[in-house]
Ligand binder design. Structure first.
Ligand code: NAG
Ligand code: NAG
Ligand code: NAG
Ligand code: NAG
Ligand code: NAG
Ligand code: NAG
Ligand code: NAG
Ligand code: NAG
Ligand code: NAG
Ligand code: NAG
Ligand code: NAG
Ligand code: CU
Length: 568
């Protein structure tokens, strides 16, 4: 391993600080070591190597108080380039630690180390961290739990216990091979072989029963489920037999309590959910499966389970019952749930921006490129599958965009991501002309002035197939002020916006053949990635970058880069 004297010294000092921090504070740590390495795991009757952090799948949980800052030393002891992203952490003025490969940093190459500063600001509740290079996030991810500041409390009675619930997807083969294969073939990726809860598929899969995850509860107590959807390509429905679920937070911002029989959660989203163990002592299934509506889109339609197990006695030989789950194609079940979430008008800002000065409308589409003459391609009609925003399919650069911006390196990216679709058609219409299907390739960013009040409307299209897209923005949380089906109408739809109590999230699910409108104030300078959190769409180019310029005051400008940025 190459490590300079200064890096070594720096780490020693960090270690001393972390010992001081540990002695004054139990449980909460200010320094973490993340060793990225291969580990052998057996699932679904077969064993393989997966990439992990510290040998764990899911990876370690980070626990902090609101407002804390932590340092994470990421050691790459695996064979792949890697980066780590702190999903939902705004990282004020510090995109240097944000993590997306070739956007804010070059990857940490095998044998190298990078120390990331993770600065929490207003987040409180549950978020997560995950790898942000190629498909490594399939197994390299974990939860982040942010407690209220010492001596302040939750906006609900203190739960008796908390239980992280992390959904993932498991492939029997190496995910890196799955990625290489579909990028080369031009077709869709192989679907996963299982959905997992805290790393376990559960009773309904072969060779999995004895390891099924158990939520152990005492009758009469209330538990806080800290739910993370870390799946690669699946929006999920989840429910627990005979129990209600009360959502009290989404993406580390509290929400008005909402009680339902099931939840619907997209990759990228997290939820804080109260579970009252108020039924007969017994065992009950928690179950989750996909919500997927794309015409001709293959998906993993298996069901993962965990067991809610009361500590009081019950008949262990009885078979737990499965809960009701909406059908895989039940769009109204998904959107009744998603659009019913209400935010708590927040104390951290002046609320939803009302006077918008930066309007952006972007289509989000699945596309195809023609197959090169001498090849055969496995996309629809022998094409290559792709995806785009405003008809631009994003191309990664060789140097990260943040360093290109900061050091004025020309020719890496272009400005001028279009503010509106260049060509207006019936976006959500049936049988759209095939000539619309081919996007342009490019690396175009949107430059935004510091302090702008931004409204961004995502417009889904029915090119190839309409689908739901969970759109994630780094560096910000935003208000979701409206959703709808069909084409967004800028003279009619804004009149129905919710400007009173919209949810504040980092990932919004745009309905199939519909639109979603978000607003935020651009007070976090930096280079921030914006992308679909369905991993295959990200691989195909459904993404862009916002560059928020510096403001005038000294606390409104980018921080300088740390000394150990990984080189390209
Ligand atoms: C929390 O409250 C206790 C009791 O009032 C006080 O002694 C302590 O200093 C407070 N801690 C912080 C961090 O405010
Ligand atoms: C993907 O699926 C196809 C068809 O089942 C199979 O032949 C291929 O080996 C799979 N690829 C990987 C990487 O698992
Ligand atoms: C789900 O999988 C089963 C096989 O386990 C298959 O018979 C069924 O058609 C699938 N349903 C969908 C909607 O893909
Ligand atoms: C969902 O698909 C099933 C067939 O798999 C069909 O019978 C049903 O009508 C569909 N429901 C919706 C809401 O499209
Ligand atoms: C296809 O053509 C391209 C450019 O003409 C060439 O670089 C490539 O090697 C060819 N591929 C095959 C499989 O023949
Ligand atoms: C495939 O080709 C057929 C016939 O030209 C056309 O109707 C269909 O829309 C095409 N599908 C895609 C996804 O291009
Ligand atoms: C757009 O397409 C949809 C679905 O086919 C159709 O219902 C609608 O009338 C079309 N809108 C316009 C303006 O043509
Ligand atoms: C996207 O751009 C390409 C190339 O200019 C064009 O052929 C295609 O029709 C455009 N599609 C849309 C939806 O604007
Ligand atoms: C948008 O809504 C207005 C007001 O309802 C209506 O007059 C107009 O035709 C709509 N525009 C489109 C493109 O549908
Ligand atoms: C910067 O400092 C000024 C003056 O103290 C304050 O009003 C403003 O809110 C600060 N801005 C940020 C982004 O913290
Ligand atoms: C790893 O990252 C370096 C630096 O960006 C790059 O040159 C190299 O091609 C990457 N390796 C792989 C396998 O992607
Ligand atoms: Cu998508």
């Amino acid at each position: 391993m190459k490590m300079s004297f200064y890096k070594e010294l720096f780490l020693q000092i960090m270690l001393i600080f972390s010992l001081i921090a540990l002695s004054s504070q139990t449980r909460i740590r200010s320094h973490y070591n993340f060793v990225v390495k291969e580990a052998r795991y057996t699932r679904l009757c077969s064993t393989k190597n997966i990439l992990t952090v510290n040998g764990k799948f899911p990876g370690p949980t980070i626990r902090v108080y609101n407002g804390d800052t932590i340092y994470v030393n990421v050691y790459n002891k695996g064979n792949y380039n890697i980066t780590i992203h702190w999903h939902g952490v705004k990282q004020p003025r510090n995109p240097w630690s944000d993590g997306p490969e070739y956007i804010t940093q070059c990857p940490i190459q095998p044998g190298e180390i990078f120390t990331q500063k993770v600065a929490f600001s207003v987040e409180e509740g549950t978020i997560w961290w995950h790898a942000h290079s190629d498909w490594t996030r399939a197994t390299v991810h974990g939860a982040i739990i942010i407690y209220p500041k010492i001596n302040s409390s939750y906006p609900f009675p203190k739960p008796y216990g908390e239980i992280p619930i992390i959904f993932g997807e498991w492939w029997k083969s190496d995910v890196n091979e799955v990625l290489t294969e579909f990028i080369e073939s031009g077709g869709a990726p192989n679907i996963s072989d299982a959905i997992t809860i805290n790393g376990q598929p559960g009773d309904l899969y072969p060779c999995s029963k004895s390891e099924t995850f158990k939520l152990r509860v005492e009758q009469g107590k209330t538990y806080l489920l800290r739910v993370v959807n870390a799946a690669m390509n699946l929006i999920l429905f989840m429910s627990i037999a005979k129990h209600k679920l009360t959502v009290v937070g989404v993406d580390a911002m509290y929400t008005k309590p909402m009680t339902r029989d099931y939840i619907c959660i997209s990759p990228g989203n997290t939820m804080d959910i109260l579970l009252h163990a108020n039924q007969e002592p017994d065992h009950y299934y928690m179950a989750a499966r996909a919500y997927s509506t794309g015409v001709g889109v293959d998906f993993d339609n298996t069901t993962t389970t965990a067991i809610l197990q009361y500590k009081e006695s019950y008949n262990p030989l009885s078979v737990p019952s499965l809960p009701y789950l909406p059908d895989y194609n039940d769009t109204s079940a998904a959107f009744d749930f998603i659009t019913s979430i209400r935010g708590i008008p927040d104390k951290y800002s002046n609320g939803v921006p009302k006077k918008i000065n930066t309007h952006i409308i972007s289509t989000i589409s699945i596309n195809t490129f023609p197959c090169p003459n001498n090849q055969s391609c496995e996309g629809p009609n022998g094409t290559i599958l792709a995806a785009s925003m405003n008809n631009i399919s994003f191309v990664n650069t060789n140097i990260d965009i943040l360093e290109a911006y900061y050091y004025h390196i020309h020719g890496v990216y272009k400005k001028g991501f279009p503010n509106f679709p260049r060509y207006i058609f019936n976006f959500t219409g049936d049988s759209l002309p095939l000539t619309l299907q081919t996007p342009k390739r490019g690396t175009k960013v949107k430059v935004i002035k510091y302090g702008s009040n931004v409204e961004l409307v995502y417009q889904g299209t029915n090119l190839i197939t309409g689908l739901d897209h969970p759109m994630h923005l780094h560096g910000y949380s935003f208000y979701v002020v409206g959703y709808g089906f069909g084409n967004f109408n800028k003279s009619k739809d804004p009149m129905n916006y919710n400007l009173v109590d919209p949810p504040i999230v980092n990932t919004v699910t745009v309905p199939k053949n519909g639109w979603a409108a978000i607003r935020f104030v651009a007070t976090n300078p930096g280079v921030w990635f914006l992308h679909c959190h369905l991993e295959r769409h990200l691989s195909w180019g459904m993404e862009t970058v916002f560059i928020v310029k510096n403001g005038k005051a000294s606390n409104e400008t980018l921080l300088p880069p740390p000394p150990d940025m990984p080189p390209c």
